[in-house]
Design a protein around this ligand. Structure first.
Ligand SMILES: Nc1nc2c(ncn2[C@@H]2O[C@H](COP(=O)(O)OP(=O)(O)OP(=O)(O)O)[C@@H](O)[C@H]2O)c(=O)[nH]1
Ligand SMILES: [Mg+2]
Length: 456
């Protein structure tokens, strides 16, 4: 049976504009292409002879699936510009891009895998928000990284860190090539997650939408070096659409912080030798964002910038307190957790002053780019890193991995850009300061936030 309408929706209204997670083109949902299912319908002019034909349908079956030229019902959608496939949820859920940038080996891939794994537990259990792979096939590489860290079949074996998660490659499996006439363009694969707030009895007034599609990209650090983003490899163009920028800064690659951290002897937690100028990565990213989004040199970026200060396990003792507890807490009725923004901003102020002491140019660069800068320390692995007996290189037993604060950049970033989605812990006696996004950055005093331990 064929009907002539396009019932693409599964209940939620369709968006006016969809953002392709591959080529970042915006298009109307009715322009989406379908991928032929019939085996004889092979060959796409943009993707090559081994890809199925894409088409704009005129016939649908009762289930709402398009019917291809050979009468087969189709299920898979594709972008009208780049022809790469698109999960159906992208037509319904508002896009929310988060870009992760940072120097090579700064810890981006470890941080991402550790954070997405932890968010899978924390968002549903503590915040009543479901967090799911929108396209398990697209997310496969990230899921494998999560499994190697957290579901490893040999949890007690000592793995060199470099073997658990590989360096992100600059070409290969994680990129899609599309031929636009003479020009072949290579796009990085996105990771896509649907975020949906479950029904709550108390939805804060003025809340935005309650469901989003999170687009994440894990670039190789080299992509952020000058000259590495071109028309044929627009690998970091997601930066311009990004709602939250996560700049991963690795203190162990800074000579001054490194010597301070290891003043009492060499650390075993990181490999020796790698030192880099990381503020140049940030300035280059800012130049690209300004170029792609037409901002002038003097204008600040609109998106909040979170400086994710990685490998906390190797330098955290410089802060002088322990960050073992996470900064959120169930509200007194035990239902929805609130993010302890006051504590996050207190820690941010301390990390900022540490960076000001040792590498002031990072603070200066970050704060000249964005109006809203927060510093969040994270460790993807925790403190149980050991040296390998033969080479002395850092290694860990998967069973001992204990991430610290890895979800905070995401939870805090979300709470900054989407009202009401991630509730903030409100001080009982000063409820007027709730969720305004402008909580003062003064240092929290112990015990002032109900039972939330300040961790100091
Ligand atoms: N001590 C410690 N080391 C870490 C941590 N996270 C990553 N590392 C180390 O840093 C190295 C690089 O981490 P990656 O996550 O691969 O870095 P990346 O930023 O993705 O690097 P590229 O893919 O080259 O851009 C790892 O091999 C680990 O040795 C951490 O939380 N603590
Ligand atoms: Mg990487």
């Amino acid at each position: 049976v064929s009907i002539a309408t396009s019932p693409l929706s599964f209940g939620l209204p369709l968006l006016n504009r969809v953002v392709c997670p591959h080529c970042w083109e915006r298009f109307a949902p009715e322009d989406v292409l379908w991928v032929s299912e019939h085996l004889e319908l092979q060959g796409d002019p943009l993707l090559g002879p081994t890809h199925a034909q894409r088409f704009l349908p005129s016939r649908f079956n009762l289930a709402g699936d398009a019917i291809d030229a050979k009468g087969q019902a189709c299920r898979v959608l594709a972008c009208p510009r780049c022809h790469l496939t698109i999960a159906r949820g992208l037509l319904e859920l508002e896009p929310l891009l988060v870009s992760i940038l940072g120097a090579p080996a700064s810890g981006k891939s470890y941080f991402l895998a550790s954070a997405t794994w932890t968010l899978r537990q924390v968002l549903p259990n503590a915040f009543n928000v479901s967090f799911q792979d929108a396209d398990p096939l697209e997310n496969a590489i990230l899921s494998q990284a999560e499994e190697r860290l957290f579901l490893n079949p040999e949890p007690e074996r000592l793995f060199p860190l470099r073997e658990l998660i590989d360096k992100t490659v600059l070409e290969g499996d994680t990129y899609d090539s599309v031929s636009f006439g003479q020009q072949t363009v290579r796009y990085p694969r996105p990771y896509l997650f649907s975020l949906q707030a479950r029904p709550r009895d108390r939805i804060p007034a003025g809340s935005d939408r309650l469901s989003y599609m999170l687009y994440l990209y894990d670039n190789a650090g080299e992509h952020f070096q000058p000259g590495q983003d071109t028309a044929s490899q627009p690998v970091t163009r997601h930066l311009a659409l990004s709602r939250v920028l996560l700049f991963v800064f690795d203190p162990t690659q800074d000579q001054r912080l490194r010597s301070a951290a290891y003043a009492e002897g060499p650390s075993l937690a990181v490999e020796a030798g790698r030192v880099s100028r990381q503020e140049t990565i940030l300035s280059e990213a800012a130049a690209r964002i300004r170029r792609y989004s037409g901002l002038s040199q003097s204008e600040s970026l609109k998106s909040p910038l979170i400086v994710v200060v990685s490998k906390l396990d190797a330098w955290g003792h410089l802060l002088g307190y322990d960050l073992s507890s996470e900064p959120w807490k169930a509200s007194p009725d035990g239902w929805i957790a609130g993010l302890n923004v006051e504590r996050i901003l207190g820690v941010s102020a301390d990390v900022r002053s540490l960076l000001l002491t040792y590498c002031p140019e990072i603070v200066a660069t970050a704060e000249s780019l964005a109006k809203d800068v927060t510093y969040v320390p994270v460790s993807a692995l925790g403190r149980q890193i050991e040296p390998l007996p033969d080479s002395g290189k850092p290694a860990i037993r998967p069973a001992r991995i204990q991430p610290s604060w890895v979800t905070v950049p995401f939870l805090f970033g979300l709470s900054q850009v989407v009202t009401g989605f991630i509730p903030r812990l409100v001080r009982r006696d000063k409820s007027s300061k709730s969720s305004s996004g402008s909580v003062p950055a003064d240092r929290p005093r112990g015990g002032s936030l109900g039972a939330e331990p300040t961790g100091r």
